[in-house]
Design a protein around this ligand. Structure first.
Ligand SMILES: Cc1cc2nc3c(=O)[nH]c(=O)nc-3n(C[C@H](O)[C@H](O)[C@H](O)COP(=O)(O)OP(=O)(O)OC[C@H]3O[C@@H](n4cnc5c(N)ncnc54)[C@H](O)[C@@H]3O)c2cc1C
Length: 419
């Protein structure tokens, strides 16, 4: 089978790796001069920043992405965070478990019951239209700490400040099932670089600076900006649902489908890369920041991979969901928060680079909680962060979507992974 993959992001490379390993002829077309999309390293002033991600997998060594990497025999080292998370609240940073003290006896009992139900697979969501934060309030009570924690978790993990109740329930189920996050040794590039190696070592081709500009689904051909054409039996699109529809031509789709696709919303956010002098600060974990106006959380990728920081420094990555289109004002608030978290920043280090993700380069092409199943054109499949099945956070969601695509292609069965 001849497969053409448009886009060399993590979704495209994962699918391409399985296709190539199964003996199919694979060609990956990538418009950028590099592979990995929003999941690769970006060398900046001696630091290993990234084109997107925080060098972290939401469920570390035990999640769906790690499972796919094992099936591929990929040489990638993921180390689970310990503790799984910390909390910055009332000016102090503490282990997430100590957060229970901010709940009353009754709230604790209700929260424990809820977690047990979710863990057992019973998702007690009566009204699917309800928002996740409202659902938590309904279930455990109007507790400010709990609400701020959910808000910062969602801002960090999904780059939105709320999701539908069912999505939140499934994300909690995923965290209870597969555990917390983990850092990737060497950062994002160690993962996408390894996938690219698997593709090429199994006979696949990855062509950079090759922008797909049109797809003819009748003749099954992809046309690139430089006038080349590529025939396919199977087309994997890693560039988003809307973008794939545009390449094929909107006329090929019915109105209901176009309406659904046009209603999809991305998640947007701002990432701040900070260099601090001296030893590591928090280690391999995530700090959820509750005492802040904008920043939702931060991590320290150089705690596992010192090579990501310049000699004598440690690298901190902070993030927040975008709350308005006034990017300048958002960044100003984000910077004020950074000084709240690191009051001696001016003496101890600097903000290296601020990266804003919106419009055509968002955090997620389709924000968590919205899923369109099945692309309505024969032999065309969408992978990547426009297709994340419920409960799948970030690249774990991408991995779940790739699993479904592999099943449709007859390349495996992943039933036990669906939430
Ligand atoms: C600030 C930030 C922090 C994040 N942190 C994390 C994290 O810590 N952990 C995590 O799991 N996830 C994280 N994410 C999310 C994660 O980075 C993305 O979901 C993921 O990288 C998207 O992968 P993808 O394969 O869907 O798409 P992309 O990485 O966007 O890949 C698509 C590729 O297609 C190419 N392309 C586009 N159009 C064409 C065309 N016409 N022809 C040819 N090529 C084309 C693009 O150049 C690109 O390389 C973060 C994202 C951001 C922005």
């Amino acid at each position: 089978m001849k497969a053409v993959v448009i886009g060399s992001g993590i979704g495209g490379l994962l699918t391409a790796s399985f296709l190539a390993k199964n003996g199919h002829e694979v060609t990956v077309l990538e418009k950028a001069p590099y592979v990995g999309g929003r999941f690769t390293n970006l060398d900046y002033k001696g630091f290993g920043l990234s084109t997107g991600a925080f060098h972290m997998l939401p469920h570390g060594e035990d999640g769906p992405l790690a499972h796919l990497l094992k099936l591929l025999d990929a040489n990638v080292r993921i180390v689970n965070s310990d503790p799984k998370g910390m909390i910055f609240y009332e000016g102090k940073t503490f282990h997430y478990r100590d957060g229970w003290k901010y709940l009353s006896f009754t709230e604790k009992a209700k929260a424990t019951k809820l977690l047990l139900e979710v863990k057992r697979g019973k998702l007690p969501v009566d009204d699917p239209e309800m928002s996740g934060r409202e659902w938590i309030r309904e279930k455990i009570g109007d507790n400010e700490f709990a609400d701020l924690f959910i808000k910062s978790f969602l801002g960090w993990a999904d780059s939105v400040l709320n999701v539908p109740a069912l999505e939140l329930a499934k994300e909690i189920k995923a965290a209870l099932k597969w555990g917390g996050p983990g850092l990737i040794k060497g950062g994002c590039k160690a993962l996408t670089g390894e996938l690219a190696r698997i593709v090429t070592e199994n006979g696949g081709k990855i062509l950079t600076r090759k922008k797909a500009v049109e797809v003819d689904v009748d003749s099954k051909k992809v046309f690139t900006a430089d006038g080349e054409e590529f025939s396919y039996d199977v087309l994997i699109s890693n560039i988003g649902i809307k973008e794939t529809v545009e390449l094929i031509g909107r006329d090929s789709f019915d109105r209901d489908y176009l309406k659904r696709v046009d209603s999809l919303r991305p998640s947007e956010g701002i990432k701040y890369n900070v260099a601090l002098k001296g030893n590591q600060r928090i280690g391999n974990t995530v700090v959820f920041t509750l005492d802040t106006e904008r920043i939702n959380g931060y991590n320290e990728p150089s705690s596992l991979s010192p090579e990501l920081a310049k000699e004598g420094y440690t690298l901190i990555m902070l993030h927040h969901a975008l709350q308005s289109r006034n990017v300048k004002a958002e960044q100003k608030k984000g910077i004020e928060d950074i000084y709240r978290i690191f009051p001696n920043l001016d003496e101890e280090g600097e903000i290296l680079l601020i990266q804003t993700y919106l419009d055509g380069n968002p955090v997620n092409r389709v924000a968590s909680g919205q899923v369109v199943e099945g692309f309505p054109v024969e032999d065309v499949y969408v992978v990547g962060d426009a297709y994340k099945p419920p409960g799948g956070i970030e690249v774990e969601g991408i991995a779940l979507g790739v699993m479904k695509t592999l099943e449709r292609l007859g390349l495996g069965s992943f039933l036990r992974w669906y939430l």
